[in-house]
Design a protein around this ligand. Sequence first.
Ligand code: ATR
Length: 290
Amino acid sequence: MSSIKPSRVISNTGAILLGVMGDPIVHSKSPVMHTAALKALGIAGNYVPLHVKPEGLESAIQAVRSLGFRGVNVTIPHKVEVMKYLDNIDEGAARVGAVNTIVNNDGVLTGYNTDGIGYVRSLKEEACPKLQGLEIVVLGAGGAARGIIHALTAEQPGQISVVNRTASKAIELAREWSFLADIRGLSETEAKEAVRSADVLINTTSVGMHPHVNELPVSEDWIPSGIVVSDLIYNPLKTKFLQISAARGCTTHGGLGMFVNQGAYALEYWTGQAAPVEIMKEAVLHSFTS
Ligand code: ATR
């Protein structure tokens, strides 16, 4: 789905500078994850947390050029705003309307969105190898949902149903991308029938996230037994939604894989090398417990 691919490949002899810009940034797991990855690949370099406030974003992006960063990740609250400071935007990122990865090719900055493709890669690897022809229900229609739904449309699903508390957002999103897949927007009151016939059920809302760990995004008895149930939340690592789904015989998939794989794609864009995904995941898990 990404049309522009980074053209310059870094050899493992030169040191590269990478980082993540956000506000706040202190809790980001990206530095620990990418530092472990660089080490495993034998690439000399550093991946640093960069605390960038909104009013400093434009000059921070200029500094990517002047300081010779090979690339940066961009996180909350800059994913949309940053687009206007870049030279090129990948087609997928433009459609999603957000950038989380920037590649610097000799001063020319290109923005990508690896969140959705990272999610789908982890869903396929960990829970559901083939999505073709399946009925997929996505709960939520916010920024995270947009990236995921866009990446899902590339997998030839049977139908994607987007359910949202604010139904108009789901309906509008379905209309916008109707040329990519069979996709419909539904209100929460219309959701029951769609959820009951789902093959894959994905929660992209914040319902169930720490500290509200006992909340569920849909009624327990709507969840069909034996389907694939996925939750973007990774704090807690296994939400109540996933615990209940597992007890109903479902295959479950948590949010950690998405985080790791969005980073894996970014690293591959920057270095041209296959990312050590297991080592990256271990580094993040270790940082939760240390
Ligand atoms: P993100 O980038 O994490 O997707 P977002 O763009 O703010 O964040 O979107 C949050 C999504 O979670 C939205 O779909 C939101 O529904 P609304 O569009 O109606 O606001 C959904 N959401 C958040 N809290 C929710 C709740 N308590 N119940 C149902 N949906 C909720």
